[in-house]
Design a protein around this ligand. Structure first.
Ligand code: FPP
Length: 257
């Protein structure tokens, strides 16, 4: 398992995104209900946020609830919503103590009012914090975000506010992540190797890291391991290896955030 000391500070990923997967299987292995896995997943959320803040990562995005998750049994959805409310309520002080700003992406207005209120409270309270930005993806999906962006662009076009041929930079302004840089590293736990409709536009040049660890078992050391692995890779952004080695300072992906 990797240690914090193995991480090269100068090459820290600025933005890490996480698909927290495997809660249900973790619980099942223990003969428990799926919600038991989600509850234990909160400990991993805490560890990951703490570790990212300690390291000096700028953005951490967690896929907490996808639009597709509405297809789960209603008792599991209710339990996940309650868990979200209680966790945000309980952890807002921790966010304040650690100068962490909470942000959200996704269709938050489609969540139950109680959840919206709690989230809004935490967003307001932490809005002046200048450390890690913790982004919760709530009622989010990549295709939803892209179709919303196109719909809103269409409205602006009809109103005469924009020209009819937007470039990538202009389209990026319509995404819920318009002020957030693209992720450098995506982690998915539980041995599944797919994107599940997460940040489809933003992950264009992101390094993908898949681990068999189930989310409730994910600890700081697992995050360090993912970062060490990321740092061993050469990010080429379409260039040749020789170009990248020759001119490291220009080794940047197109960034709109
Ligand atoms: C995926 O595991 C996990 C989720 C859909 C929810 C993740 C939520 C939490 C960890 C708790 C609340 C989060 C915050 C940020 C307060 P799964 O149920 O798909 O697992 P499985 O693939 O084994 O069934």
């Amino acid at each position: 398992m990797a240690t914090k000391e193995e991480i090269i500070q100068e090459r820290l990923p600025r933005h890490i995104a996480v698909i927290m997967d495997g809660n249900g299987r973790w619980a099942k292995k223990r003969g428990n209900q799926r919600i038991f896995g989600h509850r234990n997943g909160v400990k991993s959320v805490r560890e990951t946020v703490e570790a990212a803040a300690e390291l000096g990562v700028s953005y951490l995005t967690l896929y907490a609830f996808s639009r597709e998750n509405w297809n789960r049994p209603s008792h599991e959805i209710d339990a996940l919503m309650s868990l979200l409310v209680s966790t945000v309520e309980r952890e807002t002080k921790t966010l304040m103590d650690n100068n962490i700003q909470l942000l959200t992406i996704g269709d938050v207005q489609g969540l139950p009012f109680k959840v919206q209120d709690k989230i809004q409270e935490a967003l307001d309270k932490t809005s002046a914090n200048t450390g890690l930005k913790l982004v919760l993806a709530l009622n989010y999906s990549g295709r939803w975000e892209l179709s919303e962006a196109l719909r809103r662009f269409g409205e602006d076009y009809k109103a005469g506010n924009v020209s009819g041929s937007p470039d990538e930079k202009e389209l990026n302004q319509y995404l819920t992540t318009s002020h957030i840089p693209d992720p450098d590293l995506l982690i998915r736990t539980s041995g599944e190797a797919r994107l599940s409709n997460f940040l489809l536009w933003q992950l264009a040049y992101t390094e993908l890291y898949f681990t068999d660890v189930l989310w409730p078992d994910f600890r700081k050391e697992n995050l360090f391991e993912a970062i060490v692995n990321y740092q061993s890779r050469e990010r080429r952004f379409g260039k040749t290896s020789e170009q990248v080695v020759r001119n490291k300072s220009k080794n940047n992906a197109p960034q709109y955030g």
